[in-house]
Design a protein around this ligand. Sequence first.
Ligand code: FAD
Length: 616
Amino acid sequence: MATHYDVIVVGGGHAGTEAAAAAARMGASTLLVTHRRDTIGTMSCNPAIGGLGKGHLVREIDALDGVMARAADRGGIQFRMLNRKKGPAVWGPRTQADRGLYKAAVQDILTEYPHLSIAEGGVVALNRVGSEINGVVLESGELVLANAVVLTTGTFLKGLIHIGDRRTPAGRAGEAPSLGLSDDLAALGLKLGRLKTGTPARLDGRTIAWDRLEMQEADEVPRPFSFMTDRIETRQISCGITRTTAETHRIIRENIHRSAMYSGQIEGIGPRYCPSIEDKINRFGDREGHQVFLEPEGLDDDTVYPNGISTSLPEDVQEAMIRSIPGLEQVQIRQFGYAIEYDFVDPTQLDLSLAVKSAKGLYLAGQINGTTGYEEAGAQGLVAGINAALFASAREPVHFSRTDSYIGVMIDDLTTRGVTEPYRMFTSRAEYRLSLRADNADMRLTPKGMKIGCVGAARAARFLSYSQKRTTLSLQLENLTASPKEMEAAGISVNQDGRRRTAAEVLSYPDRSWDDICRLWPALVAVEAPIAEAVRIDALYAVYLERQATDIARVTSEEARIIPADFDFDSISGLSNELKLKLTRQRPNNIAQAARIEGMTPAAVALLITLLRKSV
Ligand code: FAD
């Protein structure tokens, strides 16, 4: 290990992996320091990648040449496109993953980066000169210097595991917590909070009565996450579905006072959208029973993850509760469920590049910023890694916008609004979701990534060829036209008004398929399926996108009005003291961010714009 790097990344979870890989892709000499090399890429909770909103993040990480999608393609054992009944804008690509294969894929991909070194060890402190961070101190006492440091310590900061009334300091099951760093962050003047999350028990699949369960299959043709994957080679499996019963609910209700979450032991706030089974019974009632997906954790691993029943009840209650569920009457438990509380840093103290505003050279990404989920962590890691590398070489930061990506939506939400509970991505958070689709992530972000320098040569070449074919086809579809009579003859019903329609127009109805237009223009049969599909979806959304374009242009121009980091909000006369305080505290990066602060009126925004113009 050298004694100086451009970038040091602390933590080899999902955020750390992407941060280290991104910094290395940018050409920065990068050190990833993590407790254990063999836990890099570990899925702490559910063995799955993607889902609603989360799948978009994975596609965006991939478009910027990140690791997660490629690893998911190698480890994915049940690919399913969620939300298919709705429009393609909100489809959610998801796969269950073989934990071992996924982790091996991540570790293998990280060996591809020549600028990346990996060291095992715990970081106990940040090294600083004034408020500038210039390295880390390891448990061994060794000091390693760097131009920028990215912290991605997940649930480890003062982590405390709860099972019933038993409490164990831990980062996650079986791993020690990280204690010194929280105090260091507090000493920098950062505001920390406490959150919690939970996980269910793990079951021995050989003791489940699978023949009595409803089974859910993978999609017939698994669709890869990564633009770089041609097809999924891994065997696909089914998972089982069962439900909690009246007996399950009785056991939980009678013992709820023994749950760590309800006995008053836990102060942290949990994820509302990923509730424990105790929460579900308490908040949503129990008449219908709650669905439980029994997800095998691997092809050669008979451990099963019961998705939907995370809990912090004591072990005897967990056992009785689980055995009251159909198919699980004889089940053996391999590891009990638990809740974990940990420190997080209020993310409003970060700017849009995920740099800590008050400590130069320090970046934070992942669960440490109050988010939950591998995908949210990975996406932040990527942004922090890119920006740490830019900072290390004295280049300007790169920001993502609500108008270009879910990544931009998440970072804007975190840094402008902060979190009151673990933040999770949803498609409903993205106001421009018709243009921010999973299917067009490459078109939206790969050119930006190429400009930034985080996209490798192989992807860039493949992308350029793809986008050229796509653009040519779109133009072709604008130029091909058919009369209503020709359309009728091809079996496409249309108003017989004599008006010729372009191929793009013919495709712009949800019930039209590529086969329909191939009947009119047979040469189109030769178009590669992924390109045909992409262009069909573009045609479907064309009208809405035109309408959205004006909004996007306005936001983009507001984002271009940068507020200097030392701007004196206090000096603005005509602004309420409350607003001055909020602006001073949150220090928005630009007018778009300032406009989203609660209480900002159009008049206040106009005033700010006028003063900014004067101050430049
Ligand atoms: P992690 O994946 O936790 O990785 C942190 C890494 O940093 C680890 O490798 C650790 O060894 C290393 N590290 C920590 N401190 C130091 C240090 N001082 N020095 C060196 N290395 C260090 N997500 C969901 O979406 N849904 C859920 O239901 C859900 N439930 C969860 C339940 C539990 C019990 C846990 C632990 C997590 C759960 N998650 C859930 C969250 C998901 O696992 C995380 O959001 C995700 O892993 C966060 O990624 P990360 O990279 O920020 O941190």
